[in-house]
Design a protein around this ligand. Sequence first.
Ligand SMILES: [Zn+2]
Length: 354
Amino acid sequence: MTALHVRGVLLPGDAERDLWIVNGRVRTEPVPGAETVVDGGFLVPGLVDAHCHIGLATDDLAGAEAQARTDRDAGTLLIRDCGSPMDTRPLQERLDLPRIVRAGRHVARPKRYIRDIGVEVDDPARLPAVVAEQAAYGDGWVKLIGDWIDREAGDLAPLWPDDVLTDAIKVAHEAGARVTAHVFGADALPGLIAAGIDCIEHGTGLSTELIDDLAARGTALVPTLINIELFPGIAAGASKYPKYAAHMRALHASVPETIAAAIEAGVPIYAGTDAGGGVDHGRIVDEIIALHRAGMSRERALGAASWVARGWLGWSGIEDGSAADLLAFDADPRQDLDALRTPKRIVLRGRVIS
Ligand SMILES: [Zn+2]
């Protein structure tokens, strides 16, 4: 494979750098005969979609592949798949597709999540055993459904007793896996956070007190702001459950305040689109812009979808020996996040994709 050479201002930072790419890795020492594929502009470590679903809302692996390609073409080169009914491991072999960190299947209870997507646990006492199975099947993450509508109660309600959560999260940690949970409302949060969960998805029900708790523990939050924009539509379609509909509207209304408080408190926040869960693939830049509008500086919002998120998922930014997953832009995206929509080069695993 021909060695590549790129030159540009490497983010985060302001220094113009010359970098070489050999066998999928970045080198800081010159490599003779390298082909220059970027000369000037700005270099950004590949974008990260920290909440995405590859293989959801499609029937076959070809559909899942198309989803991953759509994300890649938007600059997402690393995906934390937050639960999929499909075994997408064959896609992980593909050099032309984003890297995928899988959480296995959603862990839910019967009638307490979208049908046929998750593993449905009849007896909550079995949660630790099911979590152990998913920890073995996934790539270091397990995804729980923390709350969902309880149709008998007509409102959001937690799925799991607190003591079972403590055991289940312990089991995952012992297996070297981290645990995250889908949570819309407030009631499921104290039990999950006290049990030592590693991340909260959506988190629209977070109170100031719980936000302080997340910040103190270093528990992450992936708010999926462009998905939360769908709450009024969900409420409109739930007229059979007026309490639930009102609850969803109230959660939606308080989002700006909740997210601003989490940013202010220093909660580790990452960009996730929830693509596949009602949101189209390829929208990572919309989520970065939403995080900026919610109160993060442009640079911090970009970091939440690039170098900071990469570190959180066990990958590095661009440095000597790192994976050569990067984007090149003419304009500085820290000045204008819309510049992220038009990468002039996408390099994935050391290959020029476009
Ligand atoms: Zn999701």
